[in-house]
Design a protein around this ligand. Structure first.
Ligand code: FES
Length: 221
C-alpha cells in the first residue's frame, strides 16, 4: 500500500493506482475528458491536472496518468490548478465550441468567454475513439494522422477501412460529440445557465433533449 495526501487528507491505496483513481476513491471530483476507465490512460486533454508539491517546488501533472507515490502531496483544486484548468478548457472549447460537455465544464468554472480564436474542429484529439477501436474492438480502423495543427483522427488514406464493423463505438465514446447548447454562443459569451440547473427538472418543451431547464424555465439544451 502507498500512503499519500490529497487535499490535506491522508489516504492509503494499492501501489499502481493513479492519483485520479485515489482521489475518486475519496469522493474528490477531478474533471476528465480523455480518460475512460475501460481504456488505457493517454494523458492528452490535461483537464485532470493536479498540483504535486515536493518540498518548496510544485508542478502540474495529469492525474489520470500519474501513479501514486509514497508521501506524495497532491492538491486537486488549488489556485494554480484552477487557473491552468480554466485555460485548458478555454483552449479545448475553441476547438470544439458546440460541445455541451465543454460548455458545462466552462460554465461550472465561471468561464463565460473564449479568448482564443475559434476553429471548430469537432475534435479535441483526446484519442478515446482511437483507443476504443484498437483496445475494445480489436480493430484499429482509425488512428491519428498528420502533425501539429494538421493532426486529426482518420482512417487509412481516408477510405472506409475493412476492419470497421460499424459498431458506432467511436462516436459513442467521444467526450465532445454531443448535442450543442442552444442557449449561448461563444461570440456573445456563454449563457452560464447550465451551472444553475436544478438537476432533475423536466423540460416542458420536448422530451427528446436532455430534459433539463435552466432558471425560469429557460430551455438550455
Ligand atoms: S483526463 Fe487526464 S489528461 Fe485527459
Amino acid at each position: 500500500m502507498v500512503e499519500l495526501t490529497i487535499d490535506g487528507i491522508k489516504t492509503r491505496v494499492p501501489e499502481g493506482t493513479t492519483v485520479l483513481e485515489a482521489a475518486r476513491e475519496m469522493g474528490i471530483i477531478i474533471p476528465t475528458l480523455c480518460y475512460h476507465p475501460s481504456l488505457s490512460p493517454y494523458g492528452a486533454c490535461r483537464v485532470c491536472i493536479v498540483e504535486v508539491v515536493e518540498d518548496i517546488r510544485s508542478s502540474l501533472e495529469a492525474s489520470c496518468t500519474l501513479p501514486v507515490e509514497q508521501g506524495q502531496v497532491i492538491f486537486t483544486s488549488s489556485e494554480k490548478v484552477t487557473k491552468a484548468r480554466k485555460l485548458i478548457i478555454e483552449l479545448l472549447l475553441a476547438s470544439c465550441p458546440n460541445s455541451k460537455t465543454l460548455q458545462d465544464m466552462a460554465a461550472n468554472m465561471g468561464i463565460n468567454k473564449v479568448r482564443f480564436k475559434i476553429k471548430d474542429r469537432g475534435c479535441i484529439l483526446c484519442g478515446r475513439c482511437v483507443r476504443y477501436c484498437k483496445e475494445q474492438m480489436k480493430s484499429g480502423g482509425i488512428g491519428f494522422v498528420g502533425r501539429g495543427t494538421s493532426r486529426r483522427v482518420a482512417t487509412a488514406f481516408d477510405l472506409a477501412p475493412e476492419e470497421c464493423r460499424n459498431c458506432g463505438g467511436c462516436e459513442w465514446i467521444c467526450p465532445v460529440n454531443e448535442r450543442a447548447c442552444m442557449a449561448g454562443n461563444l461570440i456573445d459569451g456563454l449563457c452560464g445557465a447550465c451551472q444553475n440547473l436544478k438537476p432533475v427538472e423536466t423540460c416542458p418543451v420536448c422530451t427528446e433533449c436532455s430534459q433539463s431547464v435552466g432558471p425560469s424555465g429557460h430551455k438550455v439544451y
